[in-house]
Design a protein around this ligand. Sequence first.
Ligand code: AP5
Ligand code: MG
Length: 217
Amino acid sequence: MKNIIFVAPPAAGKGTYSSVLEKKFNYVHISTGDLLRDARKREDELGKKITLLMDSGKLVTDDIVLELLKQKLESLDSNDRIILDGFPRNVNQAKVLDDMFNSLGMIDYEVIYLEIDKESALKRTLGRLVCPKCKSSYNEFNEEMKPKVDNTCDNCGTLLEKRSDDTKETFEIRFDTYMSETKPVLDYYEEKGKLHSVSSLDGIETVLKNLEGVING
Ligand code: AP5
Ligand code: MG
């Protein structure tokens, strides 16, 4: 199984499909957004800095994100295959990741761009509910994505929450940040011949079939 990197706009489905592939193919799912949300719960100086940046819709600084990612990668077994969700998010992070992968011998990877338009991404953002414990994502505006019991995680029974950055205002900044800082990462991987595009606007089964095509291809 190849290592996978998801690069995509906010609410494209990175977390949703990472979770499904993690269960199905035994990947280790690493979301830098989730690592940061866990770090901010500590409410120390670092946590406060992360909260301020995340809730503004801007990127958290590279030094903070890279340290969290490094700790996570160092905890892996040599046979583990990973899905990176939300990293790299700028070209500098992509270059640092090249070095990290080289030193870990992780040469076999593919990059997947999950395509979504801004309007659909905003709608998904405003309808999203997340589980603070197991990180599952749901959506109250989509029948396929609703939890079985209102406001309750299907996986672990925890009360679902809204994310503090899932407002229209913060979404606008997150989307602009994606366009200016993260989109160039797609060009970076295209030049390396690593980039695959999969539409996120199809039904879940079709999206999964297309993702599996890349993973097994
Ligand atoms: P992060 O948590 O990564 O947020 P994001 O990139 O904005 O992406 P989301 O988590 O919002 O969306 P997703 O693609 O995971 O979609 P999901 O599967 O939930 O980052 C948050 C913040 O942390 C950043 O703004 C930044 O500040 C910081 N950060 C993180 N990484 C960083 C880094 N590397 N460097 C610096 N800063 C960093 O799906 C969305 C919704 O759509 C859900 O409700 C889901 O149920 C629904 N859905 C999914 N698929 C479908 C479908 N096919 N049809 C209908 N609905 C669907
Ligand atoms: Mg996510």
